[in-house]
Design a protein around this ligand. Sequence first.
Ligand code: SRM
Ligand code: SF4
Length: 567
Amino acid sequence: MTIKQTQFDAEKHSEVEKIKVESNYLRGTITPSLKNPVTGSVADDDLMLIKFHGIYQQDDRDLRNERRKQKLEPLYSFMIRARIPGGVASSQQYIQMAELATAYSSGSLRLTTRQAYQWHGVFKRNLKTTIAGINKTMLDTIAACGDVNRNVMSNPLPQTSKLHTEVYEWSKKVSEHLLPKTKAYHEIWLDGEKVESSQEPIYGQTYLPRKFKIAIAIPPYNDVDVYANDLGLIAIVENEKLIGFNVVAGGGMGSSHGDSATYPRIADSLGFCTLDQVLSVAENIVKVQRDFGNREVRKLARLKYTVDKLGFDGFQQKLNEYQGFALADAKPFEFVHNGDRYGWMQDETGHWHLTLYIHSGRIVDTEEKKLFSGLLDIAKIHDGQFRISPNQNMIISDIKAETKPKIEALLKKYQISIGDTETPTRLNSLACVAFPTCSLAMAEAERYLPSFIDRFEALLTKYSVREQPINVRMTGCPNGCARPFLGEIAMVGKAPGKYNLYLGASHVGNRLNKLYRENINEQQILDELEPLIKDFSDNKTEGEHFGDFVVRANHIKAVTNGLDFHS
Ligand code: SRM
Ligand code: SF4
């Protein structure tokens, strides 16, 4: 079959498509923008292009009004995101990343819900040095953002070293395979040799219509929230050997308040692929999206909308045509939850792994706790890895038996939690960044979640269900960065102090939740939750989770398909 790749259409396509096509493969005017001393920002068109290089321009929203009053431009700075497939870094790399945070950013490292590191608050004058520093650690920021495939997630699986290594290698292979091939990144940030033109064999000049995300899960753990991805791979293991992956496609969380054309969606099952088919399947799903995704309206441009536009059968047929083969039937598997497993664990090689609870992934020193310094000291005596979990936590992994007591002593010294003092609900809670750095935030999330959980825990205690693990997720807007629509309870920001309350996702991450109450404040949320928690306490069946209970007890309708999310 001959594939006719989408060409830019100035009449129909959005402004962003024009910027991409005129950028000479993502170069734009980024270099002159960086040199312009008059402003702390970059030129308008470059705002979009720097995302492909792993960078977002932001401003401190806490200071916006004050600076406006003083007739100053906003306090611009940049957020840098590393591409780090599977979230795995060596101790040495961790040390170097922490040093960059101290030297050039606001002094914290932020672990993301997609297993990446973020540096916030980097000023324009320090951007090149910071990116060069990240590259010196043998990591990079290419395609950490932008209309391309992003960081490929994989289960950090501390229980078995062999399977983790095998699956992690796949996350690297898929990530490398789908990387943009333009030399713009090396030219701009690393002073690489100038190349006149570039080729993008997979993406073409206009790249993808929108971001694209891939995650690999290893059942029974769905900690990557595989169904929230454009492409999900579910590892199938037989006789302790990885034989291939079940393929799911068309997942995503983002939506806009009040716009029912947008909706979160759970990925559909396409079948099973063998290991030698993986790269072809990933590449061809990307190509179908490249050619059939919506390039006119960006908020309808994710693969999930392409799948619904073509219809599931139509999408599958296109994919078969592009890849030249059909997938086999999906293999059986089971997920048990989508959270992390905290504390110490020993693998089959005798090495230890420690999962630490990091509130919202923020590694920072505060008056109360020196988490940043503590992890840095641990990295200095540990010669294994640091793995980020898909839930913003840190796994110190491959710890030798003789290093374990030394790490334990440092944890004690710095009072770092191994997840044995918090409630299961706090451990299962997630919040996105939101204020003060996120330009799209409508309400607080990371800074507010801990105090909300304090009050929610009081409710759980009152009704004797404090030990129940309930997934609570909070975001500052409906873009869904903490995957709120897969929370058994979710609060999605509507306005300062006001949230939409969603209920009824499954505990294993394979069913969406649904809007329960709109635009309410903390007290109203707790008042709404109290009778439900009481009912849960009185009437739950053995082993039943809160999300399943509220559906069974008819408090909320189950959402089996993204198209039903608003109905
Ligand atoms: Fe996100 C945009 C933070 C995971 C859906 N996300 C943003 C931006 C960059 C705001 C912006 O565009 O200006 C946020 C920067 C805040 C800051 O100051 O750091 C932001 N997203 C994050 C992170 C850091 C949240 C976190 O607390 O960890 C996560 C970084 C992941 C990474 O390492 O790559 C993050 N974002 C997600 C996820 C979860 C996931 O992928 O598993 C989602 C939902 C899944 C999905 O994509 O459907 C998500 N982010 C979005 C969207 C909505 C996309 C859509 O389809 O509509 C936006 C807005 C956009 O793209 O226009 C967005
Ligand atoms: Fe920002 Fe909204 Fe994402 Fe939160 S969910 S980080 S507020 S874009």
